[in-house]
Design a protein around this ligand. Structure first.
Ligand code: ARG
Length: 476
């Protein structure tokens, strides 16, 4: 079955081209949206006087029957040779309603239909991503709570820098993923616009009440320009950008954890469930879960650049190239949902080795800044303090010493007035943490405050997402 053909002298397409151009193997995922949109459209056609109420009833019953059958056996549409999901639905409707099914697409095109289906999907997909990320936030926060006293060597340039609370480190990612969730809310907002009844490009000649149609389908607004409505794919780009950026955050976290799990660092150990072995090296325990999360972020980044490249040279309004948008969108969303979920599990089960962190802090001169700051409190200009502490570090490095194994006499050669307070500043990470009490710092009091905020925002998020799940179920 085809939705077109009269214009052609030769009925058949080259089967190779048929296979090349079909999208049903991808867009069958939109079947529930397509049925929902069709139902609302049939009712709108009834209200516009295009269909009689008997016709509306018959078509709606047919659409409902198809929906029930898809619900009951989700695999039913698979392997069908329909050109796309819209063709398939109309074909199936024909079995229930005969030639009446041919009235379904009155005043409408697949151009406005596919954009409508895709926007409905995008809104749900954004929610699904938000849910997966919320689970990840929960995992980060739980880990932070469990390890609220653990001190991690903080790095810049991957060189030992200053001590930080492990919880502070985890909460940094809590912030990043929270931004991702809010970005997804923005994506949802802009996707929340009805293209339907924009026709192929110029609008419809039938008196469809588009505002009512929008309300019926749960859209907040009606697209006000039919050309834009049928060809705008900003919502696909935005959702893929939000996914790609989430992927980048996941990838950076994964990279950190891969490094921390390496025996050279040994700060964490992944649970066996999320590690793999080597086929040749019996001793290996590899963090493949994290490497795959890192790798899949690259793939989603590719999906984003792919859709942008697709759109760049397109002339106005619908072009068939746009069919490729769904492959990119589905894959990007699925990949990031799965990555976020896996990351939540990996985090939830990893073990922390505080002794290794402590040793690295002692050996890495991480309190050098604190020592310099202490000298500043005694009146020395920071530039001078910086230089003296630097010279002291060089002395230690050359002799294989640390601030803890240094004698007071040695220290005095570089630092005037070396005493217990200065030694404590150089040796005690807890002291370094406590000093960083300004808002946003890694002092335990500040980190506890962060945790309180995080707890509240997580509870609010869960409440909101749950309410939405309920309203979505009502719709379906
Ligand atoms: N399968 C097409 C897509 O996904 C549906 C729209 C086709 N429209 C058309 N005029 N050929 O974009």
């Amino acid at each position: 079955m085809k939705l077109w053909g009269g214009r052609f002298a030769r009925r058949a397409r080259d089967p190779f081209f048929e296979g090349f151009s079909e999208s049903f193997s991808v867009d069958h995922r939109l079947v529930h949206y397509d049925l929902q949109v069709n139902r609302a459209y049939v009712e709108a056609l009834g209200e516009a006087g295009v269909l009689s109420s008997a016709e509306v009833r018959r078509l709606v019953r047919g659409l409902e029957a198809i929906a029930r059958r898809v619900n009951h056996s989700p695999n039913w549409p698979y392997g069908n040779s329909a050109e796309d999901v819209h063709t398939w639905v109309e074909g199936q409707l024909g079995r229930h309603a005969g030639s009446l099914a041919g009235k379904l697409r009155t005043g409408r095109s697949r151009n406005d239909l596919v954009a409508t289906d895709a926007r409905l999907y995008a809104k749900d997909a954004a929610r699904e991503l938000q849910r997966a990320l919320t689970h990840l936030l929960e995992s980060l926060l739980t880990k932070a709570r469990e390890h609220r006293d653990v001190i991690l060597p903080g790095y810049t340039h991957l060189q030992p820098a200053q001590p930080i609370l492990f919880a502070h480190y985890l909460l940094a990612y809590f912030e990043a993923f929270s931004r991702d969730i809010s970005r997804l809310e923005d994506c949802r907002h802009r996707a929340d616009e009805l293209p339907l009844a924009a026709g192929a490009l110029a609008g419809t000649t039938f008196p469809i009440n588009r505002s009512r149609l929008a309300r019926r389908l749960g859209f907040k607004r009606v697209a006000v320009n039919s050309l834009d409505a049928t060809s705008d794919r900003d919502f696909v780009c935005e959702l893929l950008f939000a996914s790609a950026l989430t992927g980048i955050h996941l990838s950076r976290l994964a990279e950190d954890l891969v490094i921390y799990a390496s025996p050279a660092f040994g700060y964490i150990e992944l649970a066996d469930e999320y590690s793999t072995g080597s086929s040749i090296m019996p001793q290996k325990k590899n963090p493949d879960s994290l490497e795959l999360i890192r790798g899949k972020a690259a793939r989603v980044l590719g999906r984003l650049t792919g859709i942008l490249a697709l759109l760049k040279g397109l002339p106005s309004a619908y072009n068939r190239d746009l069919q490729e948008d769904k492959t990119a969108l589905f894959d990007g969303v699925d990949t990031i949902c799965a990555s976020a979920e896996l990351m939540a599990r990996v985090l939830g089960t990893l073990r922390v080795n505080t002794a290794r962190m402590k040793a690295a802090i002692d050996q890495g001169f991480l309190m050098a800044t604190d020592l310099a700051d202490e000298l500043v409190r005694r009146g020395m200009p920071f530039a001078q303090a910086h230089k003296r502490v630097g010279q002291l570090v060089l002395y230690c490095v050359e002799r294989g010493k640390t601030f803890a194994t240094l004698s007071a006499d040695e220290a005095r050669r570089f630092i005037p007035g070396w005493d217990r307070t200065l030694a404590a500043a150089a040796q005690l990470p807890e002291r370094a943490l406590n000093r960083r009490r300004a808002v946003g710092g890694t002092a335990p009091a500040q980190v506890n405050r962060q945790m309180r905020f995080a707890t509240a925002s997580l509870a609010e998020l869960k409440r909101r997402l749950q309410t939405n799940a309920r309203s979505m179920r009502r719709w379906a």
